[in-house]
Design a protein around this ligand. Structure first.
Ligand SMILES: Nc1ncnc2c1ncn2[C@@H]1O[C@H](COP(=O)(O)OP(=O)(O)O)[C@@H](O)[C@H]1O
Ligand SMILES: [Mg+2]
Length: 320
């Protein structure tokens, strides 16, 4: 039995705290120091990570390159061992075969066999997970559809795949065992804006299927759209998100992005007269009141332009 079942540890003093045994991922003071050849301390890659990730949430692990994101993932998978603290997945110690069977992992670089085609790759990994052939015959085409690899793409050898296609087959491979927890290490790196949008939609569809997703990324805009809560790592340490010394190391994305003392007014189809009235109304209530036209993101605009150019909604980055 795990320690957590014997004595539940409750972290995060907020009202929505949950016991470690019920969390999808739980880390307490998790630390990793890489040693050099002679066993001397070399790099403090992760320094006291505290996390409780609920089942079914999309959680963002953010930070610039070298901040300890991949190290965290490797610790959760049991590929490396902590030098301090501990971590659990679904109430059990990391690294056990039992736990890893329920995890899907998309590494930063997918090490897939270049001489297999997309379909063969999924059969290969399916057999590693001992999934019966009759199940694979159903699941493989479904997964290839899900990640958007068409008939032609699935028969091509992986060495001919573009970066975007390689990311897609990597994700399909990570999902072959129908995992409860999906670890995605920099899933959008190297993808063009359409590939990125599609990857984000896939992540949202994983959430809708009830899976827990951990998304590691240094691309903040990508995380903003899909994650509910985030933590930011820098040089192995979690950063205070409150900006006021409140020691808030995990934050709800909406809360941390909200500019609290600014109200934005949005309305469609107002006449110039009505706009003027509204302006005067706001002016009465505060100095510095201003109304702006809502903006779209550059990404939205880019995608719209390309989609319009290619004559409707059928263009995907794998066509490029
Ligand atoms: N096997 C290793 N041996 C020594 N140092 C390492 C090893 N792996 C990663 N590091 C170092 O640990 C730090 C964190 O790395 P990593 O977790 O890969 O960061 P991220 O994924 O956020 O880019 C970096 O300074 C990196 O150079
Ligand atoms: Mg990394």
């Amino acid at each position: 039995m795990s320690e957590a079942t014997a004595s539940p540890i409750v972290v995060e003093a907020s009202s929505d705290s949950i016991p470690a045994s019920e969390a999808a991922v739980y880390a307490q003071d998790l630390s990793k120091v890489y040693k050099d050849f002679w066993g001397r301390d070399k790099v403090r890659a992760l320094d006291g990570l505290n996390l409780t990730i609920r089942r079914g949430e999309v959680f963002g692990l953010l930070g610039p390159n070298g901040s300890g994101k991949s190290t965290t993932i490797k610790l959760l998978l049991g590929l490396i061992f902590p030098t301090g603290g501990r971590a659990q997945i679904m109430g059990q110690a990391c690294g056990s075969t039992e736990v890893n069977k329920r995890i899907g992992f998309l590494p930063e670089e997918s090490y897939l066999y270049r001489f297999l085609n997309g379909e063969e790759t999924l059969y290969f990994y399916g057999r590693l997970f001992k999934i019966p052939h009759r199940d694979l015959k159903k699941r493989v085409p479904l997964l290839l559809d899900t990640v958007g690899l068409d008939e032609k793409a699935r028969k091509r050898k992986l060495r001919e795949y573009s970066k975007g296609m390689a990311r897609r087959i990597g994700l399909a491979q990570a999902l072959i065992n129908d995992p409860d927890l999906v670890l995605l290490d920099e899933p959008t790196t190297g993808l063009d804006p359409i590939g990125t949008r599609e990857m984000k939609d896939l992540i949202i569809s994983l959430k809708n299927q009830g899976k827990t997703v951990i998304l590691c990324s240094h691309l903040l805009a990508d995380v903003q759209d899909v994650c509910e809560r985030v933590t930011i790592l820098f040089r192995g340490r979690q950063q205070d998100l409150s900006g006021q010394g409140n020691r808030q190391y995990v934050g709800n994305i909406r809360d941390i992005l909200q500019v609290r003392d600014v109200t934005q007014v949005e309305a469609q189809g107002l006449s110039p007269q009505q706009v003027q009235e509204l302006r005067e109304f706001i002016k009465r209530y505060g100095a510095g009141a201003a109304m702006t036209h809502p903006t779209t993101t550059l990404e939205d605009l880019f995608i719209k332009i390309v989609r319009d150019q290619s004559g409707g909604g059928t263009y995907t980055s794998s066509d490029a």
